[in-house]
Ligand binder design. Structure first.
Ligand code: ASP
Length: 382
């Protein structure tokens, strides 16, 4: 081959490689508000997933930010880094081993610390997951997410995703730039789980630190350690060991395809706030929440959902204004049982949902009814 022909061939290969790279990931780095341009949405509709290796599952990774996409100038900095700094193309590229277990395509939905995930982003994400899972070519969805509110997003999706296909939410406790970053292996495990036949029908799952958890039971229990995510009383549903995702349990509570909650026509979610219960707490907090437009209030109460005389005054006034009160607990573990005080004041008890997950269910419940008796049945069912 003469030099001109050789140069032509090299240029052509580079051009082809670049086209491949563009269809493989569609990213919008640092999209703080979670808004996406029209043209990108249209593009995604035509290139939902890569289907390169026909013997592998096609997994879509939706990125929202968090520590798994976090970075710092120092590789020993595991606390002062910036969450949501890397785009999904870089996060996926850091785990080249993914290529041997699935056809993975990335899409940036947002790039925020999960403390900034709001109701608008929840709705956007849920609608996108449902849209993708309707596509025959998509076998499963993985969502990268900050760990601080990961359990809230996972439980929301657990209640509104209309599919049996696997959905796995994954984060990391150490930023991508850290020595011994946990994100790459967690992401590898998430894709492995999402490509596993047995993961179907388990509802939305969460994986970090080799464990597979149901979104119904998982919670963050430690501010910084890699073993932070625990399914306390109910246990994990499985574990990844070596190259295999093992499943042992599943939640008996209604979820995903069997759930009656539907976000397809929702433009927003009702305002639900959480009020902490503590010694010497005040009625004015309830008054303020109602005045600010709360349609529901979750009480992060002590113990088995106990409320002070002042808190009860605030809550009963709220009920008179059609605001639904749910008693949950900040004890961190256990069930808030339905008591006489609930019947007397028309309160709802949260079962084993912690306050932040009780808020998620209450927002969805309020899209259906304001009746506390009916809402109580949701806490028993979901
Ligand atoms: N603040 C971070 C977040 O939730 C923490 C993390 O991802 O671990 O986005």
């Amino acid at each position: 081959m003469n030099v001109i022909k050789w140069l032509g061939a090299v240029l052509l290969s580079v051009a082809l490689l670049m086209t491949g790279a563009c269809t493989n990931t569609s990213t919008q780095e640092n999209n703080q508000s979670g808004k996406e341009s029209e043209s990108n949405e249209t593009k995604e509709k035509t290139t939902a997933v890569e289907t390169g290796n026909k013997s592998l599952s096609n997994i879509k990774v939706l990125a929202t930010g968090g520590t798994i996409a976090g970075s710092s100038d120092s590789d020993t900095d595991t606390t002062g880094y910036k969450s949501g700094s890397l785009g999904i193309d870089k996060v996926i590229a850091s785990v080249p081993q993914l290529k041997s277990i699935a056809n993975v395509t990335g899409e940036q939905v947002a790039n925020v610390g999960s403390e900034n995930v709001d109701n608008a982003l929840l709705l956007k994400l849920a609608k996108r997951v449902n849209e993708l899972l309707k596509d025959d070519q998509v076998d499963g969805v993985v969502i990268t997410h900050g760990t601080d509110t990961l359990e809230e997003t996972a439980y929301f999706l657990h209640l509104v995703v209309k599919s049996d296909k696997p959905v796995v939410v994954v984060g990391s406790m150490r930023p991508a730039s850290a020595i011994s970053a946990d994100g790459p292996l967690n992401l590898y495990h998430a894709v492995k789980i999402a490509s596993t036949e047995e993961a179907k029908g388990k509802g939305v799952m969460v994986t970090l630190n080799d464990r597979i958890a149901s979104a119904r039971f998982i919670t963050k229990t430690n501010t910084t350690t890699t073993d932070s995510f625990k399914s306390l009383e109910q246990g994990y549903i499985g574990e990844v060991a070596g190259e295999v995702a093992f499943f042992y349990n599943e939640s008996t509570r209604t979820h995903t395809a069997d759930s009656e909650f539907d976000v397809s026509k929702l433009k927003e979610l009702p305002q639900v706030d959480i009020l902490y219960g503590y010694q010497n707490d005040h009625k004015f907090l309830y008054d303020a929440a109602v005045k600010a437009g709360a349609k529901g209030i979750v009480v992060a109460a002590p113990g088995n959902g106990t409320m002070s005389t002042e808190a009860i005054k605030g809550a009963t006034d709220a009920v008179k204004k059609d605001v639904v009160i749910v008693r949950s607990s900040h004890a961190g573990n256990g069930i808030v049982t339905h008591e006489e005080m609930d019947d007397e004041h028309h309160f709802v008890s949260s079962d084993s949902l912690n306050p932040q997950k009780a808020r998620i269910l209450l927002m969805l419940a309020l899209t259906k009814t304001k009746d506390p008796d009916k809402i109580q049945t949701y806490y028993e069912q979901y």
